[in-house]
Design a protein around this ligand. Structure first.
Ligand code: MG
Length: 185
């Protein structure tokens, strides 16, 4: 099982140069895949891996978009992935905001445990959590999964990982690079 974070890994983040903000898509019209992400999921599938998504989506709870928009955004991401041949077995979404104190929002492990439900011990040991956030690595590490940090090896990120004593199993600059690496092992 390969559990993927969504925003910044599969779909692009939405940059608003005027506000200087970087956000998850809040409307389906804003959804664009990271180049190669759909093909990367296809490569993972072809290498025999099931792929799930675990994503925090607090925007409706914060009042900056609607639940219907968040659901449409996710449906659009899956549609674009499928158009490139990629199959996502299951999606696990936390709609809470951090103040809610839920057990699903990453870095808590609830979403990942949902994704791993019914997976054999053997498959679990060979499972991966892949994300571009510190919290993705943290959630995966709590469950003893292999972890991948996607993104540039920026010193501030590395410092934050180090501070939390997090040691990603692997670093890659994109999901495609990870997919190529794991499919060639
Ligand atoms: Mg992310």
């Amino acid at each position: 099982m390969i559990i993927l974070d969504r925003d910044g890994v599969i779909n692009r983040l939405v940059v608003d140069p005027e506000q200087g903000t970087v956000n998850s898509p809040l409307h389906p019209s804003q959804v664009q895949l990271v180049p190669g992400a759909g093909e990367a999921i296809t490569i993972l599938n072809q290498a025999g891996h099931r792929v799930s998504i675990a994503t925090n989506q607090p925007a409706a709870a914060k009042g900056t978009t609607t639940m219907a928009n968040l659901e449409a955004v996710h449906a659009r991401v899956l549609e674009l992935v499928r158009a490139q041949g990629g199959l996502v077995t299951s999606s696990h979404i936390c709609f809470h905001k951090s103040e809610d104190g839920c057990s699903c929002r990453k870095p808590a492990t609830g979403l990942l445990e949902q994704a791993l439900g019914g997976v054999s011990d053997r498959e679990r040991r060979e499972s991966w959590m892949v994300g571009d956030g510190i919290t993705d690595v943290e959630a995966g590490a709590k469950l003893g999964l292999n972890t991948v940090y996607i993104g540039p090896r920026r010193s501030d990120h590395l410092h934050m990982l180090q501070e939390r004593e997090l040691n990603p199993t692997q670093f890659f600059s994109s999901l495609m690079d990870f997919a190529k690496w794991i499919s060639e092992r």
